[in-house]
Write a protein that binds this ligand. Structure first.
Ligand SMILES: *Cc1c(COP(=O)(O)O)cnc(C)c1O
Length: 363
């Protein structure tokens, strides 16, 4: 039996009629950029997350970059980011000319460690980017407290956690700005690239809307140096169809996770905090012999992923820039984590095959 790590073909076939209709409608209407589908999608996401503004963009990376720009992050500034995340979290800080300052993670949640974060704040620190890694909200009460005391902006990297909740509030709505990715494999994925910033701030919203369209506030009136980062109508049409299924898909991910939690033996199970609703973008275990274990699973048809094999402070580009931090928990996580299939398209046969195979592993 084969168990793929992600199954976008099955997802497409499950809702093919609706998706095909929406795409053909968007094609036939001929707006393509900044038309009614994008506007409606922005309104729907804003309502879903309980925020005032949503600005659709080309990618989650642009969402981070333009949020940082809108918060005034520039050369000479520092922005604190976790060392254990996707590269874009730090890359976008560097793109602003600022310095990413790498923070270690909590070993249980894999999210940024607030105790260390507090110690890393200097006179140059402008912002912090908590990442809701794997779909589990970061420790937002502590992070918001530190940020308020020290006057820092909080930009949530919500790329992996759309639909997750922290004390009953949706992630992305808790900081100054929330950044979403619609990369195809994310919990809400487009048929290509896409991203969005959500915010309650009129100022940040206006600034990001200006930056996404060549720094223009109206046609041929340019008040800033921006970028070209727009979501197109076809992607918005696809995303509007899929948004209707997001809650059900996230629920299925949680159910799959609960089953694995209760059945798996001999592996380090994921930990979930009390007051959060986790959306399991990834179901991440720890294993002391990860490569051997992953090879055994592969031999049995079960695909896995390693997110991430190296911490950001050990990436070549940051080593060259003189980073020599030692962040033991991020480094340990990079050696031990293994992401198992958890997507909503998994059948009960596939789940059972995973459970039996894993529990039969004898090293
Ligand atoms: C996917 C991802 C991004 C980048 O999103 P793109 O849409 O691929 O640009 C940023 N941060 C994290 C944590 C991600 O998982």
């Amino acid at each position: 039996m084969q168990v793929p790590i992600i199954d976008l073909k099955t997802q497409y076939n499950d809702i093919k009629a609706e998706l095909d209709r929406a795409v053909i409608k968007a094609l036939s209407e001929g707006h393509y950029i900044n038309g009614p589908e994008v506007k409606k999608f922005e309104e729907e996401i804003a309502r879903y997350l309980g925020v005032k503004h949503a600005i659709a963009l080309n990618s989650g990376t642009d969402a981070l970059y333009l949020s940082l720009r809108a918060c005034g992050v520039k050369a000479g500034d520092e922005v604190i980011v976790p060392a254990f995340t996707f590269f874009a979290t730090a890359e976008t800080v560097s793109m602003c000319g600022a310095k990413p300052v790498f923070c270690d993670i909590r070993p249980d949640t894999f999210n940024i460690d607030p105790a260390m974060l507090e110690k890393l704040v200097t006179a140059r620190t402008r912002a912090v980017i908590p990442v809701h890694l794997y779909g589990q909200p970061a420790d937002m009460d502590s992070i918001m407290n530190i940020a308020r005391q020290k006057g820092l902006r909080v930009i949530e990297d919500n790329a992996q956690a759309l639909g997750a909740e922290y004390r009953g509030k949706k992630t992305g709505s808790l900081g100054d700005a929330g950044c979403i990715s619609f990369y195809p494999t994310k919990n809400l994925g487009a048929a290509g690239d896409g991203g969005m910033v959500v915010t309650d701030s009129d100022e940040l919203s206006a600034e990001i809307a200006m930056l996404r369209d060549h720094g223009s506030v109206k046609k041929y009136v340019h008040t800033g140096i921006g970028v070209c980062s727009r979501l197109d109508e076809v992607q918005a049409a696809v995303l509007r169809v899929k948004l209707k299924y997001l809650e059900a898909w996230n629920l299925k991910r949680r159910k799959n996770a609960k089953l694995l939690d209760s059945m798996l033996k001999g592996v380090g199970l994921p930990y979930t905090e009390e007051h959060v609703s986790h959306v399991y973008h990834q179901y991440t275990i720890r294993h002391p012999e990860r490569e051997k274990f992953a090879g055994f699973l592969k031999d049995n048809g079960i695909m896995t992923g390693v997110h991430y094999p190296a911490p950001l402070h050990r990436q070549e580009v940051y080593l060259k820039a003189g980073y020599r931090d030692i962040l033991p928990e991020a480094e340990k996580a990079c050696r031990e984590v293994l992401c198992l299939p958890i997507h909503p398209e998994l059948s009960s046969e596939q789940l059972n095959h995973m459970i039996i195979t894993i529990n039969n592993y004898r090293g």
